[in-house]
Design a protein around this ligand. Structure first.
Ligand code: NAP
Length: 483
């Protein structure tokens, strides 16, 4: 086992943080081994990072959007050059497979390039007004923006947060999740290498309750973008409201997938396997509840079971692995608890999985078998709570009306998918499913080109798409009187 030199925070373009002081350990969820030690940021570190972002603001805001875009363009190239090394790091700290890690880093590079292409749209308007004169509007960056992010997709979510903010001329402080700060720190140093001036992007590591809350409270932070659990999001929103800050919340989800009787069953089965078990089920928009028409339920479930049984669970660094471990002990314990509850309360039938796999070393990591539960009763927590792991409840329904009613019976509303060849059903699904993103004959696909976000307890505000820039800009109106 190799222990790297303690990785530092990135403040004002330099490695910072007293690892002679307090540190926390980042461990590999597949093996339990120590990968790295990272400084436990204090309130003072948060102030230093925000001060660095304040000092860097004027210079960065006065660069042209095109110059900013060129930094992104170079950084995207560097990420691609170093993709293998970064993917290995992401897999080691998060647990996902190498191929999932590569996809995520490719996604990060693509996000930078997408915003690089939007630089031409950073402009105001000329507006004729009645009387003598005219008006025009100019767009101004907000100042220092900040984000607090989770561990499930640390690289991609970092890209979604920093890219629109920085391209609009803001400076930034990022707080990564405590179990996955390493890829975020490395990506920040790559952006500096690509020419991002010191202080424009700062990364502070440390616990959410202290470091995260200090960041939200800091009066110089003008916008907070948060991704994580709904409960934490509410706390962040409370703190942000008292400081009159802009806030965007990307929270939990319990996405339904509806399989109609005319769906292409093979493709729906493949979509459910990927939609649920990608990233070991730890994706905010994973398929978390499956509603299948009763006339095709037997065939669909049999084929799904066969597909799920083929998934090889193991260390994500092993090329033959299809599904890595859960990312932390808390997630594993939660999934185990749900399975025990299903059995004790007789809430459904475990068709496959339901336990820790028995391969050499599986007890060292947070592994759990991909699990299917059929005939799930309506009051089960599997259908009410967000299940962030490799466990899929299956419910049979008579028709689309019942499926949509059940799908909408959730406190969440992030994503939803409908699988059918019938245009009327597609239209009904798109109109009636209450979610921020609706997929037709697919699930899980996201792209920076289109808005992303949820309704109800899944949060408010959107990531991505061209409109996101206005979330990081103030509009200033200038009225001119002509003689
Ligand atoms: P979490 O416990 O809410 O943590 C998310 C981040 O918030 C971490 O950086 C955490 O720091 C920090 N934090 C914790 N308590 C805080 C506080 N009181 N004040 C400020 N920050 C605080 O969520 P998670 O378990 O990491 O992530 C899983 C959740 O994220 C799931 O619910 C998932 O659905 C959701 N998610 C949503 C989206 C979306 O776009 N809608 C995308 C991905 C994930 P520490 O790590 O130090 O605790």
């Amino acid at each position: 086992m190799q222990i790297m030199v303690a990785m530092k925070m990135q403040i004002n373009g330099k490695a910072a943080g007293a690892c002679g002081g307090e540190c926390f350990e980042v461990k590999n969820p597949a093996t339990g081994e120590l990968i790295e030690q990272v400084p436990k940021g204090t309130e003072e570190d948060v102030s230093l990072a925000v001060d660095a972002a304040v000092s860097a603001f004027e210079g960065w805001a006065s660069t042209s959007p095109q110059q900013r875009g060129m930094v992104f363009y170079r950084a995207a190239g560097l990420v691609r050059q170093r993709k293998e090394e970064l993917a290995a790091l992401l897999t080691q700290e998060q647990g996902k497979t190498l191929s999932e890690a590569r996809n995520e880093l490719e996604g990060f590079a693509h996000v930078l390039e997408y915003y690089c292409g939007l630089t031409g749209s950073l402009r105001g308007d000329f507006v004729p007004v009645p009387g003598n004169g005219y008006a025009f509007t100019v767009k101004k960056p907000l100042g220092v923006c900040a984000a607090i992010i989770p561990w499930n997709m640390p690289a991609l979510i970092m890209g979604w947060k920093i890219a629109p903010a920085l391209i609009s001329g803001n400076t930034f402080v990022l707080k990564p999740a405590s179990n996955t700060p390493l890829t975020n720190l490395t990506l920040a140093s790559i952006l500096n290498e690509a020419g991002l001036p010191a202080g424009v992007l700062n990364v502070v590591t440390g616990p959410g309750e202290t470091t995260g809350e200090s960041l939200v409270r800091n009066s110089n932070v003008r916008k907070i973008s948060f991704t994580g659990e709904s409960k934490t999001g509410k706390r962040v929103a409370e703190l942000a409201a008292s400081g009159m800050k802009r806030v965007a919340l990307e929270l939990g989800g319990s996405d339904p997938m509806i399989v109609c009787d005319d769906a292409d069953i093979e493709s729906a089965v493949a979509g459910a396997v990927r939609g649920r078990f990608y990233n070991c089920g730890q994706t905010c928009t994973a398929v978390k509840r499956l509603y299948v028409f009763e006339s095709v339920a037997e065939e669909f479930t049999r084929k799904l079971e066969a597909g799920v049984k083929k998934l090889k669970v193991g260390n994500g660094l092993d090329k033959t692995t299809d599904m890595g471990p859960l990312s932390n002990r808390r997630q594993l314990e939660f999934i185990k608890e749900l399975v025990v509850e299903v059995k004790e309360k007789d809430e459904g039938k475990i068709i496959t999985g339901g336990k820790v796999p028995a391969f050499k070393g599986s007890d060292k990591g947070y592994f759990f078998e991909p699990t299917l539960v059929s005939d799930v009763s309506g009051d089960s927590r599997l259908l009410k709570e967000e299940v962030f792991g490799p466990l899929l409840p299956i419910v049979t329904v008579k028709n689309l009306e019942e499926a949509i009613g059940e799908a909408n019976r959730s406190i969440y509303g992030l994503g939803a998918s409908i699988w059918t060849k019938n245009l009327d059903r597609i239209r009904a699904g798109c109109e009636q499913l209450n979610a921020g993103i609706i997929w037709v004959n697919q699930h899980l696909k996201v792209a920076p080109e289109v808005p992303f976000g949820g309704v109800k307890e899944s949060g408010f505000g959107r990531e991505n798409g061209p409109d996101i820039l206005s979330e990081y800009l103030e509009t200033r109106t200038i009225m001119v009187k002509t003689p």
